[in-house]
Write a protein that binds this ligand. Structure first.
Ligand SMILES: *Cc1c(COP(=O)(O)O)cnc(C)c1O
Length: 496
């Protein structure tokens, strides 16, 4: 019997991987977790010779145990193809004594592509396996980035449609251009006259509308979500840690069984949790270094054992980490409680009712594999400028938070020896203005595309295809509606 999944808040129900992917979130509001973490069953010497796709198969087959070999390999082949601008998929770049694992070579030049390129295929395969005949309709409300990554992932995937709502005046011009130029006859993008909360509320209402679900089913459709807590997004993220380790070993940077540290710029705690799972599969990882921006809830949590979201929300130059509730942390809480769903459910209840909870000393003792710290706005900008001045390598703001925290870690612990992988979660071309302003304030007056050309010149890297595309691509989505008209708009798109 392979790995089965149950909710972090209730262990009674056991689901297969494909059922957990289809369902996304458990009925009790909990997250699906594997009942055990499988051990890697290939040698490091074998892994060292593998491509990204081969590594992905070796890792994912252990978690997605009800997928056949042919099914899983097919999903992997469709996901990690020429949408990525390098055959390595996730290359490692050595700079200033650390290894930057570039997770931004996919369609939207940020790390969400690593999971969102495969999720649509996992989802449609899971549907077939569970005799779901309906086409899957993905509904998403976005404040910018996730919408585009989901659109790019689902575009052209047979048996799916994707409808994305965004606040018409609440995203950046580049983000809007990225979405409204999205190709694919199964993609729909709608600006709403309202804010992100209204878009999200509208989507949630549609998800819970039984009458609408019935109408959809009659027309051969059902809703699903591409939510970041789906196990189908978490599992693909484990792959690149195994891959990075194997590449370091192959290149002779590390010896057999040598431990590495991993630094992750963290928001929702998904990426670093994947590294934690990799460690528990047997990958020799020393410290998991959790890097936060000024929204440093996680730093405080690792220092005190108390999680407290009651604080001001700060807008930073690393917006994908501006988060006060890190949803995926629940999976770690469940783990350190000794898989005690009842205990975890109590803490999550406290979080939703009071905005905070505190873990026991026993639970805290199990967090010693983690180190948490944060970088403020000035430190983040300084790190971009310093690394560029010292090495010529340009990193984005999120990666700079991680890089800055790694410096603090070394200073605080004296651990200079351990080889360290820093997850590089976005291309600097995605946050050009903040990145170039950090290097030199003179850039402030340039337009976004001028900035991209300038970054290409000073960093000596080509402007990524994702940017070139929006520079030239025609607008193909121009629907705008009121917040109250979202449901009617969905029906119109689906012809019901
Ligand atoms: C989503 C995101 C993060 C945070 O990742 P989590 O898995 O939510 O912790 C960091 N950097 C970038 C660029 C992102 O898009």
């Amino acid at each position: 019997m392979g790995v089965m999944y149950s909710s972090t808040r209730n262990q009674k129900e056991k689901l297969t991987a494909s059922q957990a992917i289809l369902k996304g979130l458990a009925d009790d509001g909990g997250l699906f977790v594997p009942d055990s973490i499988p051990a890697l069953d290939v040698s490091i010497d074998a892994l060292a010779k593998m491509s990204y796709q081969e590594t992905a198969y070796e890792v994912m087959k252990l978690f997605l145990s009800d997928f056949t070999e042919a099914e899983l390999k097919d999903c992997i082949r469709r996901a990690y193809d020429s949408k990525f601008d390098t055959e390595e998929i996730a290359p490692l770049v050595q700079a200033d004594g650390a290894y930057y694992l570039e997770l931004f070579h996919g369609a939207t030049i940020a790390f969400k592509d690593m999971a969102l390129s495969i999720l649509p295929h996992l989802l449609t395969t899971a549907a077939k396996k569970n005799q779901v005949e309906n086409d899957i309709v993905i509904l998403t409300a976005t404040s910018g980035d996730t919408g585009k990554a989901a659109l790019a992932g689902f575009a052209g995937v047979e048996g799916t449609k994707i409808i994305v709502f965004y606040p018409k005046n609440g995203v950046s011009p580049i983000q809007e251009k990225q979405m409204v130029t999205q190709k694919g006859s199964n993609t729909f993008v709608v600006g709403i006259n309202g804010n992100f909360d209204e878009a999200q509320t509208g989507v949630k209402q549609m998800f819970s509308d039984k009458e609408l679900a019935k109408e959809l089913a009659q027309a051969g459709y059902q809703f699903s979500s591409a939510n970041s807590i789906n196990i189908g997004r978490l599992v693909p993220q484990i792959v690149y840690y195994v891959y990075a380790y194997a590449k370091l070993y192959e290149n002779g940077a590390i010896g057999r069984d040598e431990k590495i540290n991993v630094v992750v710029p963290t928001g929702n705690f998904g990426n670093i949790l994947a590294a934690f799972y990799a460690k528990n599969m047997g990958l020799p990882i020393g410290k998991l270094i959790c890097a936060s921006n000024e929204n440093k809830v996680l730093f405080d949590f690792f220092r005190t054992g108390a999680y407290d979201r009651n604080r001001a929300f700060i807008l930073t130059s690393s917006p994908s980490m501006d988060i006060l509730i890190s949803s995926n942390l629940e999976r770690l809480i469940y783990w350190i409680s000794g898989n005690d769903a009842e205990k975890n459910a109590q803490l999550m209840k406290a979080l939703s009712e009071t905005g905070k909870y505190e873990i026991t000393g026993e639970m805290r003792a199990q967090l010693d594999g983690f180190y948490g710290n944060y970088a403020d706005e000035a430190e983040t900008a300084q790190e971009i400028a310093r690394l560029y001045a010292d090495t010529g390598y340009v990193i984005d703001t999120h990666t700079a938070v991680a890089s800055g925290v790694y410096r603090k870690y070394r200073k605080e612990t004296g651990d200079e020896e351990t080889k360290t992988v820093i997850a590089s979660t976005a291309s600097p071309f995605k946050f050009t203005r903040s990145v170039l302003n950090a290097i030199d304030p003179k850039y402030d007056s340039m337009t976004d595309f001028e900035l991209a050309d300038e970054l290409s010149r000073i960093g000596n890297v080509a402007v990524p295809r994702a940017i070139e595309e929006i520079r030239n691509a025609p607008v193909v989505h121009d629907t705008v509606c009121e917040a109250g008209e979202m449901q009617a708009t969905v029906k119109r798109f689906l012809g019901i």
